[in-house]
Design a protein around this ligand. Structure first.
Ligand code: C5P
Length: 243
């Protein structure tokens, strides 16, 4: 099940707190007025530890914990149980962990959140990392599917296992939305508001365009965190969505 969201554009924007210390992450999330959702990735989590999640939750923020779990069912379940007890509300797992591990992870988030009196998180499946090229994936992993088939079949596996949504690039969102109706969540990075630079993102879309294509929430990092005025940059993204 997707997280409960209001119609307010601020509920649709998740700010990625990449490349910063715990102190900077906390300061930035206090600075941005109206901010509701933040994403903690591997780098910040490894540097700051689980405390970063609890501190952000204590500050009233909703946390997307993007650690992309992929392991045997018992280990996936244990990690997901701990992450939901910390207060994370969106948690990534790799779809290719398989149906048994995905179901174990899904059961574990319910237990973890309930035991800690937290909201039940939504698990998001990663299908194929966008760093893979089709020919390399086929050759190195001995796969015969083309990229679109691979993404589509992994998303179907995830939904059949009860996973609440997928992370996908703006270019995949329309085709995945055609196959997976709401409330299946489609959370989309690679977003660039008008006037911002693409940096290393090659396949980008504007916020309103990505929502119109079927995204349920957008991940936006550097256009907000590296802006001269992050507060104004976030407000600008919200305005683009409201328009
Ligand atoms: O700074 P930027 O807006 O490019 O940040 C996007 C965030 O989404 C980063 O945390 C990045 O790791 C993540 N991401 C991505 N592309 C994917 C999956 C995740 O940019 N395909």
């Amino acid at each position: 099940m997707a997280p409960l969201l209001s119609a307010d554009p601020a509920d649709r924007i998740i700010v990625a707190l990449d490349g910063m210390s715990l102190e900077r992450a906390m300061a930035l999330s206090r600075q941005v007025k109206g901010l509701r959702w933040v994403k903690v990735g591997l780098e910040l989590f490894v540097q700051a530890g689980p405390e970063v999640v609890t501190q952000l939750c204590d500050q009233g923020l909703r946390v997307f914990l993007d650690l992309k779990f992929h392991d045997i069912p018992a280990t996936m379940a244990g990690a997901c149980r701990r992450a939901s007890a910390l207060g994370a509300e969106l948690i990534t797992v790799h779809a290719c962990a398989g149906s048994v591990a995905l179901q174990a992870a899904q059961d574990a988030v319910s237990e973890g959140a309930e035991s800690a009196g937290r909201r039940k998180p939504t698990l998001l499946a990663v299908t194929v990392l966008t760093s893979w090229e089709e020919w390399r994936m086929q050759r190195e992993l001995a796969l015969t599917q083309c990229m679109d088939e691979r993404v589509s079949s992994l998303a179907q596996l995830a939904e059949a296992a009860g996973i609440g949504g997928c992370v996908c690039s703006p270019l995949e969102v329309a085709s995945l939305r055609a196959e997976h109706v709401e409330p299946f969540a489609l959370v989309t990075p690679g977003i660039r508001p008008a006037g911002s630079v693409s940096a290393d993102q090659a396949r980008v879309m504007g916020p309103a365009e990505a929502m119109a294509a079927g995204s349920s929430q957008l991940v936006i990092g550097r256009p907000i965190t590296k802006a001269a005025d992050p507060n104004a940059a976030f407000a600008h993204c919200c305005q683009e969505l409201a328009a």
